[in-house]
Design a protein around this ligand. Structure first.
Ligand code: NAD
Length: 357
């Protein structure tokens, strides 16, 4: 198959890790007889320096013309003093909006080879952790109107509006159910329906949508309980379906307990536009240019790009197997280093995965 992939390296370690990820995609294309055309575009601080904007129109056009978008990371101290509208991070929010990316998928997986890095007690970690948070990304209290700051009765008062309509809930629920179909067919929907009207509608529409997926086992959990259960026994979860604000918090919690920020990929999907695939970590300015960054989160985001963005599950599995074998062979970047393992850097780790593809 012939596919176009837009590469957005960004800032800090972004270009280093994305180079390794793109090399893996090239190797997969060669192995399976595909032709991947890579188009580079600017985003974040790199775009600000070159064009004065964190998301130039040319980048949006390149993304819209591609079959999938592969991003490194943006941001860094160089641009910390920039005005809010021209901070590098605006580039990411802008591209999500421009492409209508309403679903964010974050797998959190405890690789058996990295069990030592897990922040949970050994007996809890031993039960396993392999879940996906499916988070709605373009609605909820972050976008609802009215919002504002004003004086009420002489007191400074801030307010936001938690808001979802049934269509927004239905489309993200479908993504969660479809994700679960390819896994162990269990979805837990998170809400606060004991207090919030928005959550009552959420639960109702999720239940209605579930009728279309009779093979799925659906459960519901209040968000406060979900936060607790994630550290008490994460092995009970497969797909966690959440709104924007609950998912923002729970997806960070679910992924960070694996202990390896440099291992965690993500995907953001829209209705028709290409999806965007990126590691969950930032641009790590403290280690940029030192070849210490772990490229595996980016390489695994490449696997998500193949599976969800280009419909190539076998090719995705090939990358995931190569990562697994590289870890089993003992290779470790500094962030996941343990005694007795083989120290390597960003390029070295990329090379080891390539060899196994
Ligand atoms: P960060 O994720 O960049 O770094 C946090 C810590 O984790 C650092 O010590 C870093 O060295 C380490 N780390 C991160 N990725 C790593 C990897 N692949 N391998 C090894 N170690 C890794 O978060 P931060 O320091 O809070 O933010 C730095 C910049 O990144 C900021 O400008 C922030 O706005 C931006 N940021 C961007 C994104 C994105 O592009 N999606 C996400 C989060 C933060």
């Amino acid at each position: 198959m012939r596919k176009t992939i837009c590469l957005l390296p960004g800032d800090g370690i972004g270009p280093e890790i994305l180079a390794q990820g793109a090399a893996c995609l090239k190797a997969v294309a060669a192995k399976y007889g595909h032709e991947f055309i890579f188009v580079d575009a600017l985003i974040g601080g790199a775009a600000l320096d070159a064009t004065g904007q964190p998301l130039p129109q040319a980048t949006i056009d390149s993304c819209l013309g591609a079959d999938a978008i592969y991003l490194g990371a943006v941001g860094g101290p160089k641009w910390d003093a920039a005005a809010p509208e021209s901070r590098p991070e605006r580039g990411i929010l802008g591209i999500r909006k421009a492409l209508g990316l309403f679903a964010n998928l974050r797998p959190a997986r405890l690789w058996p080879e990295l069990a030592g890095a897990c922040l949970l007690r050994a007996d809890i970690a031993a039960k396993g952790l392999d879940l996906v948070v499916v988070r709605e990304l373009t609605g909820d209290i972050y976008y609802g109107e009215p919002r504002g700051l004003e004086s009420r009765n002489g007191l400074r008062t801030g307010y936001n509006t938690m808001l979802y309509n049934e269509e927004e809930i239905r489309r993200i629920a479908k993504i969660a159910f479809e994700t679960a179909m390819g896994r162990s067919k269990k979805v837990c929907s998170v809400d606060k329906s004991n207090v919030l009207e928005t959550s009552r509608l959420w639960k109702e529409v999720v239940n209605e949508t579930a009728m279309l997926y009779p093979g799925i086992e659906l459960s519901h959990m209040y968000v406060d309980n979900a936060a607790m259960q994630l550290v008490r026994d994460p092995s009970q979860f497969d797909v966690l379906l959440t709104g924007n604000i609950f998912g923002d918090i729970l997806s960070d919690e679910a992924t960070v307990i694996t202990g390896s920020l440099g291992m965690l990929p993500s995907a953001s999907l829209g209705k028709a536009n290409p999806g965007l695939f990126e590691p969950i970590h930032g641009s790590a300015p403290d280690i940029a240019g030192t070849d210490q960054a772990n490229p595996l989160a980016t390489i695994l985001s490449g696997a998500m790009l193949l599976r969800l963005g280009l419909g190539m599950p076998e090719e995705a599995q090939c990358i995931e197997n190569a990562v697994r074998e590289t870890l089993a062979a003992g290779y470790r970047t500094p962030d996941i280093m343990e005694k007795g393992k083989v120290a390597t850097g960003c390029k070295g780790m990329g090379q080891e995965v390539l060899k196994r593809i």
